[in-house]
Design a protein around this ligand. Sequence first.
Ligand SMILES: [Cu+2]
Length: 483
Amino acid sequence: MKKSILIFTILISSSFVMNAQAIRKNFLEMTDSEKTDLVDAFYQLRDMDNDGITTLSDPNPDDDDIINNIGDYHAEYFNKDAIGDGTDLDIHFNLPDEAIRDIFLAWHRELTFEVEQLMQDINPNIGMPYWNSVQDDGYDNSAIVTIINNTLFTSDFLGPFNADWGLNRNTGNNINFLPTNTEITNLFNQTGYLNFSNQFERGKGHTGAHVWVGGVMQSHASPKDPVFYLHHTYVDKLWNDWEIANQSSSFIRTDMLRYDGTYTFHGVTLPSVNPNSIIDSKVYGTFYAENQLAELEGYTVSNTYNSTETFYYQFKIQSGNDFTVPNTKICAFESINEIVLTPGFTAETGSTFTAKIDVSPSARTSHIAESRKGVRNPFNYKIPIVWDAYENISDTAQSNDMHIKVFPNPFFDKINFNLSKEVENCKVEIYNMIGVIVRAKIYEDVQNIELNDLSKLPNGTYLIKISDNKTNEVIAIEKFLKQ
Ligand SMILES: [Cu+2]
């Protein structure tokens, strides 16, 4: 009897830390089936009494589910030192001794892992997506609200949770609550870790999405709204990007609330995690993709969490720069479009490594079926303007004999566009892959266009669109890569 209980406990414990490795992407890059998978997983995590009812009308509500547990925990310890004698540990806004107690970024990283792991127990294909809440300066307020409501809070994605879970969102809030590119640039200019962390936690980069969504998301119980996890995955990505540039994150504290090896939920003891051990988000095999590009670098496959580490991304996967699959370890890359291995990628003798493009539908039915449909145009709110032009351009280009030579491609800080003939009065626009114009300029009588100072653009795929400034007719369009 005792033995079977022990085995049962081990099974639960080990399943709790399975998987985790994932390529996390912008939710705008998710296919329809991936959205369905994520929504289903959220509802299952909320339904710990397994009666299939996850709405407020559940006649036997079991509040002891992980979503409510995390929400309540987060509320209880949110800013505990401010209400006690000042010595209690907490997870937010630690004053006055925040230097030794600031675990905001590490704590929320571990929390995101915890929930992602639980979701992967339900469906191993899930990677937590992120919501980039940064808005371009000078955007039209109502247009942004429409875009967010038409992408993030749709009826097939995060919209229905509002009524089902009583979240009282107020997404008509003033869009100026959300951060601008300028604010994020200022944040990234912070070089000391404590300054960065403090400004991040208190500034719009973190608080913006909480306040703008409103309702529960604005309260100390914010993890009860699923959008919390997409927002904090984005916060985590920004920390990851900052750390790559600055390499100076460190925590004086070596323990964290909830993850100190004593906290138990439904019979499972959560691991003890030293915040300094998770400064590199790759520690769990987590990579961030952006703009149709996933760069897998500086990682050694260990199979610690997964007997086969499978990295899936429907766009381009590029790996090199100290990515190693050691002897006896198993790793796979899966893509729909392109996999590139560059110097520094090593699959050692005795390892198993496979790279699959367009893997058979039986292997990854839901991803592939949808991705095949969606890969050319997975964005349904803005980018079609560009993509439709890209699709039709061959006809136009043939008729006016116009094409663009791009060099270097990929580029880093400078790029040249060489048109096959001079154009009189044209508008040049550079789009990223979620349809946002990142550069725009009007030219008179131009054949060679040079753009500089592009090193701060995120890596990934872009489109240049050249159109007649008077008629708006597309003259030429070309795709290129920043790396
Ligand atoms: Cu928080």
